[in-house]
Design a protein. Structure first.
Length: 255
């Protein structure tokens, strides 16, 4: 399985430990932590996705390492890349990305009181799918295929000294059948609404890794325990207030 996510600076250039292993004759496999690199995968929702989500009452918000990108015309979320792997073939010379992760990043998808969380993203180039852990009602399904994708631009990757740069745009993000079923169940969608989501192109993922530094992000996986508990709305708070008033009144009458 080939899984890739983004564009990075070789960690060896900064004295960060790298793991090396021989994968075939004249080939070297390197796993590079990118928590301190300017390595990002930015998911931008399409206008069709925004319209469909609005019509069905669905919203999306960032959790963990992920954050909403300000100033963008359409909703965008940065999913910082935390680790990448690459194969370096010496004879003949070839540089091939093999795996990558945005561990710790999560997106919460909500519809009323129903919600699910997509976390710890991966990109699988061999199947052209975006994978993620799916958390529903505290239960986690690891490595589910969420979106299929096409490669909108040619993979741009270069090695200059010990610095590796990579960039690419992925487009045509469509929910997989497994994701459609999970979304429909978790968000309580009718068959009609599920059908709407199945034909929506959700947008693009822009992959970009370069030699610049950033404040290190955590490479720890996002878990169900990290999902914030929503605060009570005004109606439940008012009900609690009325209960308290009744209790106080009864105590005064019985005194």
């Amino acid at each position: 399985m080939k899984r890739v996510v983004m564009k990075w600076a070789a960690a060896a250039a900064l004295g960060v430990p790298c793991l090396f292993s021989a994968t075939a004759a004249h080939a070297l496999s390197m796993t590079l932590p990118t928590t301190a690199m300017d390595a990002n995968a930015i998911m931008t929702l399409s206008q069709d996705a925004v319209d469909a989500m609005s019509a069905t009452g669905i919203s999306m918000s960032a959790l963990g390492n992920a954050y909403a990108v300000s100033g963008s015309t359409l909703p965008s979320f940065d999913l910082p890349i935390t680790e990448v792997s690459v194969n370096l073939s010496l004879i003949p010379y070839a540089l091939t990305p093999t795996a990558g992760e945005s561990s710790g990043s999560a997106l919460q998808i909500s519809r009323g009181s129903n919600n699910l969380v997509l976390a710890n993203f991966q990109i699988d180039y061999s199947t052209e799918q975006v994978l993620a852990d799916v958390i529903v009602s505290g239960v986690t399904t690891t490595g589910m295929a969420i979106y299929s994708f096409d490669q909108a631009t040619t993979l741009d990757m270069s090695l200059q000294g010990l610095t590796l740069n990579m960039s690419q745009v992925l487009n045509h993000l469509y929910l997989t059948t497994a994701a459609q079923n999970t979304f429909a169940s978790a968000l309580n969608l009718s068959k009609t609404l599920k059908g709407v989501l199945s034909v929506i192109d959700f947008g693009t993922i822009s992959i970009d890794i370069n030699a610049a530094l950033r404040k290190p992000v955590s490479a720890s996986a996002f878990t169900a325990a990290m999902i914030p508990v929503p605060e009570p709305g005004p109606a439940p708070m008012m009900a609690l207030g009325l209960v308290a008033m009744v209790w106080v009144a009864r105590r005064k009458l019985s005194a």
